[in-house]
Design a protein around this ligand. Structure first.
Ligand code: ATP
Ligand code: MG
Length: 137
């Protein structure tokens, strides 16, 4: 089985949507094996999203991610990385397939409710960014 890093973003925690989003993961066969609520600083968000630092929305993205608590979580299951991205839907909610998290809950391309790792290498690095070995069993 595979693991991926998921983040329930500030727009979703603000609207009290953690349970509804977690239900989507569990209905898709993804198991939440670790989870915590944290409030990132802008600098921490900037480090996490360092790959995007040259993109025009970087500053706005870091401000947003530090604007309220997030729920960081590790999801486990068969093909978890791809499965999670299917359940999330397209980055822009206007393009997201019906029934996906972003179609149902996202507010804009920036405030799009969830993050999910996009490949095995990024999943491993992103899990290690938020969780220690002791938190993962
Ligand atoms: P994520 O990495 O959060 O799972 P993603 O892989 O679908 O989302 P990326 O292209 O990696 O999308 O962009 C990372 C995040 O940056 C997006 O989820 C969104 O919050 C924000 N973002 C992307 N494009 C824009 C944009 N044009 N304007 C504002 N914010 C954006
Ligand atoms: Mg991405």
């Amino acid at each position: 089985t595979e693991r991926t890093l998921s983040i329930i973003k500030p727009d979703a925690t603000r609207r009290n949507l953690t349970g509804k989003i977690n239900a989507k993961f569990e209905e898709a066969g993804l198991r939440i094996i670790a989870q915590k609520r944290i409030h990132l600083t802008k600098a921490q968000a900037g480090k996490f999203y360092e790959v995007h630092k040259e993109r025009p929305f970087y500053d706005e993205l870091c401000e947003f991610m530090a604007s309220a608590p997030v729920v960081v979580q590790v999801l486990e299951g068969e093909g978890a990385i791809v499965k999670n991205r299917e359940v999330m839907g397209a980055t822009n909610p206007a393009d997201a397939a019906p029934g996906t998290i972003r179609a149902e809950f996202a507010q804009s391309v920036g405030e799009n409710s969830v993050h999910g790792s996009d490949a095995p290498e990024t999943a491993a690095a992103e899990i290690a960014f938020y969780f220690s070995g002791l938190e993962l069993v």
